[in-house]
Design a protein around this ligand. Structure first.
Ligand code: NAD
Length: 294
């Protein structure tokens, strides 16, 4: 294992400057985590409010650390200054890796990735934080698919140790090794997984949400399911979890899983998560999902 680790370490390129596309739940968390562990990061969104929210979250998390005496106000300022929020691509020529964290729709991601590929230098790694979409499929229209990998963080980024590093059909060893090294530098535990819709964790999690939907369809009360799962020992139940994830993100991901595994993951009824989505209840991001947050 040590020999392998050495070989991989040699393959990796140092990441001096990173960028994240999207300042939402995940993009904001990724920017905070990178900056906290010393990597400067450009955070780009198309909405000013998203940038303000992303910076606001980072500030809150850091202020909390200062309050607990774990960080000095000076260090807090230094960390915040490592995050550069922007609405335009400005200095993307300088970045060594771009982590894409926009909406979970293949068309949008493919367009954003193709656009950013023309703006970075030839060695820049492009990584997608997609929850479910195949990396090989997302790489189809890229000119340098060897530089493209999956880098799947979990929510909330600052608390969840795991990062899935996904090897697409054409991802190079160097791109994988560099992404693994960055995940480690960010204080995470990377696991390299093969490509398929949902990768590893969401191959487990989406059937779990499906089972939850079936229980609700059979007449169970979602709050009771949550309470029982908490007593079972899980940090939260499925209804609360999907509110945290974002119901839109959950529905888009479920569509990808249904298309990828039609025999196993395509429900023949409309589940409660879909009903929430149709009623524009997106979870914590718009203050109402299964629960109401005020
Ligand atoms: P979100 O809705 O909170 O944020 C998405 C952000 O992307 C928004 O701020 C939006 O303005 C921005 N955006 C849209 N188009 C853009 C563009 N062209 N350029 C720059 N920014 C753009 O969504 P999220 O929960 O952060 O999810 C983002 C990605 O992370 C998705 O692929 C999702 O599947 C994945 N993911 C989500 C979770 C989770 O629990 N929410 C966990 C792991 C992975």
């Amino acid at each position: 294992v040590k020999k392998m680790a050495k070989k991989w370490e040699k393959l990796s390129h140092p990441i001096k400057q990173a960028a994240v596309l999207g300042a939402g739940i995940m993009g904001g968390g990724i920017a905070y985590q990178a900056a906290s562990k010393g990597t400067p990061i450009v955070m780009k969104d198309i909405r000013d409010e998203a940038l303000a929210l992303g910076m606001g979250e980072a500030t809150k998390l850091l202020a909390n650390q200062v309050e607990k005496g774990r960080l000095t106000p000076v260090k807090m300022g230094e960390t915040l200054s490592r995050i550069r929020p922007t609405l335009n691509y400005g200095d993307f020529k300088e970045v060594d890796i771009v982590i894409e964290a926009v909406v979970e729709l293949e068309k949008v991601k493919a367009a954003v990735l193709s656009e950013v590929e023309t703006l970075v230098h030839d060695n820049t790694i492009l990584a997608s934080n997609t929850s479910t979409i195949s990396i090989t499929s997302l790489a189809k229209n890229l000119k340098r698919p060897e530089n493209f990998v999956g880098m799947h963080f979990f929510n909330p980024v600052h608390m969840m140790p795991l990062v899935e590093v996904i090897r697409g059909e054409k991802s190079s060893d160097q791109a994988i090794a560099t992404t693994v090294a960055l995940a480690q530098k960010m204080g995470k535990v990377p696991v390299v997984v093969n490509d398929c819709p949902g990768f590893l964790v969401n191959r487990v999690l989406f059937p779990y949400f499906g089972a939850f939907d079936l229980l609700v369809k059979d007449g169970a009360d979602f709050q009771q399911i949550d309470k029982v799962m908490e007593k079972f020992g899980w940090p939260m139940g499925p209804a609360y979890l999907i509110d945290v994830v974002g119901i839109d993100t959950g529905v888009h991901g479920a569509d990808v899983m249904a298309a990828g595994f039609p025999d196993r993951m395509k429900p023949d009824y409309k589940g409660s998560i879909q009903v929430m989505y149709e009623n524009k209840r997106l979870g914590q991001k718009n203050d109402k999902g299964f629960y109401v947050y005020v």
